[in-house]
Write a protein that binds this ligand. Structure first.
Ligand code: SF4
Length: 281
């Protein structure tokens, strides 16, 4: 759908990304989806949320994109996997939405985070939205698994003040088992960001018996520390808040019985990152 053409004025704001939203974009012709992806004039968003304090510094407005090519076994938001589960939103409307918040975000030392799903599935839309936000003086953050990092030019990366890099595991085989995908592109993107000296926060979801192996953690910590641009590591305890989505969507869920890690396990993981000189949260 070309920019300027009316898109349905569906409420973008959700209470949280844990709202289940499906089939919001069905009815958009395939040719329009392809054109939107190529030009970035339109994106597909699960929702906008406001007031988050965990997706970058300060208080954040977060746009959750639809579409992800990974299939992480512990994904909290499988309803963001499919592009057609997103609301079609023109770049103009998305930028207007951000403009509403720009003064408040500056006062609260916050900013705008593009998350998902995987935002770089819609890399042209992401690049345009970051350029718009940056132009408004809003701090910008990209929450990404890094797989499509090469889709952004160095100049486009300059409009992103912080990359929240979702790093699943340093072990290539385990990475495939966890996500269905290779981790070489993510590592490559991390190394490119390091070479460009772009700030990164590493995010690591700790799942008992899946991502808490001390050797794995040691390799991940050594890799992160070796980059030299990782400002902090967020160790995120696995939780079951997304389980109902797997059930509602009818997708087989393999972590039915998985428990959140204990406080001690989280602390042990943090300690492994700190041992490499990294700051943890
Ligand atoms: S990369 Fe993120 S959105 Fe995609 S499947 Fe994994 S956890 Fe879910």
């Amino acid at each position: 759908m070309p920019e300027g053409q009316t898109t349905p004025q569906v409420a973008l704001e959700a209470r949280s990304p844990f709202d289940l939203r499906v089939n919001q974009g069905t009815g958009v012709p395939e040719a329009d989806v392809r054109s939107a992806l190529a030009t970035g004039d339109m994106g597909f968003l699960h929702s906008f949320t406001t007031g988050a304090t965990v997706d970058g510094p300060g208080v954040r407005v977060v746009a959750w994109t639809a579409g992800c090519m990974w299939r992480c076994r512990y994904c909290h938001n499988p309803d963001t996997w499919t592009m057609s589960n997103g609301i079609p939103v023109s770049i103009t409307r998305a930028a207007e939405e951000l403009r509403k918040y720009r003064h408040g975000l500056r006062v609260m030392s916050g900013g705008f985070t593009l998350s998902g799903g995987e935002p770089l599935m819609q890399d042209r839309f992401a690049a345009k939205l970051f350029a718009a936000a940056h132009g408004m003086g809003i701090h910008t953050a990209l929450d990404t698994n890094g797989y499509y990092g090469e889709r952004l030019s160095d100049a486009e990366l300059e409009t992103i003040d912080l990359v929240l890099l979702d790093f699943k595991t340093a072990d290539p085989e385990r990475h495939k088992q966890l996500t269905g995908m290779d981790n070489a592109p993510t590592r490559g993107f991390a190394e490119r960001l390091a070479a460009l000296r772009r700030p990164v926060w590493l995010r690591y979801v700790l799942v008992p018996e899946l991502t808490d192996d001390p050797e794995d953690l040691a390799r991940t910590a050594a890799f992160a520390a070796g980059l030299g641009n990782v400002q902090r590591v967020d160790v995120l305890p696995f939780h079951q808040m997304g389980r109902f989505k797997w059930h509602k969507l009818g997708i087989p869920y393999t972590l039915e019985e998985a428990q959140p890690p204990s406080a001690e396990a989280v602390e042990r993981a943090c300690e492994q990152f700190r041992a490499e000189g990294l700051e943890t949260h």
